[in-house]
Design a binder for this molecule. Structure first.
Ligand code: SAM
Ligand code: CA
Length: 249
């Protein structure tokens, strides 16, 4: 019999406050719970489960990448045999650890976040999992780091296989422009929260004040990538919406 973790059992209570339950496009906690229960939690690597449980005790736990999105990203990373990756927005490191677990021993991740304190919450679990050597954590806002990488064109332009963006929504288009130069043709850039709690499909007046600005940025981002001829896209309803962009030119 499958033994589910305490966080999973907690999620059975099924409240809207549950950090890992996003209704996404399904708009149903029942279906989301079904997906997690049958297909995601039973296959979640134990270090990720441990990190998820530690993160659940932190007040910002709702920010963690959802395990179903993590499962999809892990498969994408393996499908393209990603070796050189970038992550913008680390928090306690759920998506970072899943990336580190999904790429080869000699692969690397540049992980950028101005908040080192939250990264350090997950770090002992990353170390215990034996993947810390793959991570170059940079304590900084992401834009100057990306610009610096682009200054060294020869080494960096078109050299990355994969990027994951899960930080300030107001900069998604700025990240997109820079990452399109850094990621190789055939590489992937994945953006999280592109449904923004379903608010992208709601009239602005129905949205709470604190969500309005990011909602506008996400709508602008979604509109822009939908006509961007340099990429192929798939907006999947996983978690809070995951837009997968594949660079084609
Ligand atoms: N991917 C993470 C995970 O799986 O746990 C969640 C990331 S959380 C949603 C967003 C993170 O973005 C926060 O840790 C925050 O400090 C970081 N952040 C905010 N502004 C940023 C910026 N300008 N550049 C880089 N990171 C930023
Ligand atoms: Ca997110």
């Amino acid at each position: 019999m499958i033994c589910f973790s305490s966080i999973y059992l907690k999620s059975m209570e099924f409240t809207t406050a549950e950090p890992f339950l996003h209704k996404g496009l399904l708009q149903s906690f029942e279906l989301t719970k079904y997906i997690l229960k049958t297909n995601v939690y039973p296959r979640e690597p134990s270090p990720l489960k441990e990190l998820r449980e530690v993160t659940a005790k932190h007040p910002g736990n709702f920010m963690s990448t959802t395990p179903d999105s993590g499962q999809l990203m892990g498969m994408l990373l393996k499908l393209i045999n990603a070796k050189k990756t970038i992550e913008i927005g680390v928090y306690t490191g759920y998506s970072l650890l899943l990336t580190a677990l999904s790429i080869p021993h000699d692969a690397m991740i540049i992980a950028i976040d101005p908040n080192k304190e939250t990264y350090e919450i997950g770090l002992p679990i990353i170390q215990k999992a034996g993947v810390e050597h793959k991570i170059n954590f940079i304590e900084s806002q992401a834009l100057p780091v990306l610009d610096k990488l682009l200054q060294n064109q020869k080494d960096n332009e078109g050299s990355f296989d994969f990027a994951f963006v899960d930080a300030d929504k107001e900069n998604y288009l700025n990240y997109h422009e820079r990452l399109l130069k850094l990621v190789k043709v055939g590489g992937l850039i994945v953006f999280d929260n592109t449904l923004w709690g379903g608010t992208v499909a709601q009239p602005e007046e129905a949205v709470s004040e604190d969500r309005k600005e990011s909602r506008r940025s996400i709508i602008e981002f979604n509109n822009s990538v939908s006509i961007d001829q340099r990429i192929e896209i798939a907006l999947t309803p996983s978690g809070d919406g995951l837009t997968i962009c594949r660079r084609i030119r």
